[in-house]
Design a protein around this ligand. Structure first.
Ligand code: AMP
Ligand code: ZN
Length: 137
């Protein structure tokens, strides 16, 4: 547990939260400032600052839990879709520096249609090729 980390405290139950699921490794809570009804956060109980620090086996478990919960939440909330969002670093919009995954139920005409989006760059074929070569493993 990291001192002064709010999600460590929430995960440990030291700060109260609206918990919708808990097991040995995770606590899943409702986001305090939800983008939509049912917006939840998967929080590992161990402190990992971001995806770079998250061990691979935990990453797999997070995704399996996301898969289970989105199915369950869709049944209960009758939502029309889901965004799974996970921010790493200030530049990417991370504000709480304890790894977490957002599960955001989406509803037709929920007013957020233009929210989860970004500007589209126009890159030349050469630039695309160069980036592809740099990234190719
Ligand atoms: P991010 O910007 O990806 O780091 O997301 C942090 C999220 O944590 C935001 O959506 C906040 O609304 C949420 N949040 C911050 N503090 C709390 C809290 N005490 N309980 C529940 N959610 C919180
Ligand atoms: Zn923490």
């Amino acid at each position: 547990m990291k001192e002064d980390c709010i999600f460590c405290k929430i995960a440990a139950g030291e700060i109260s939260s609206q918990t919708i699921f808990e097991n040995e490794e995770f606590r899943v809570i409702l986001d305090i400032s939800p983008a939509a009804k049912g917006h939840a956060l998967i929080i590992p109980k161990e402190h990992y600052g971001n995806i770079y620090e998250l061990p691979e086996e935990m990453a797999a478990k997070v995704m399996i839990l996301a898969k289970k919960l989105t199915g369950h939440m869709t049944d209960v909330l009758k939502c029309d879709g889901f965004n799974i969002v996970q921010n790493n670093g200030e530049a990417a919009g991370q504000t709480v520096f304890h790894f977490h995954m957002h599960l955001i139920p989406r509803y037709k005409n929920d007013g957020n249609q233009d929210k989860l989006c970004w500007n589209h760059l126009e890159l030349s074929q050469e630039e695309m090729k160069e980036i592809c070569q740099q990234l190719r493993q």
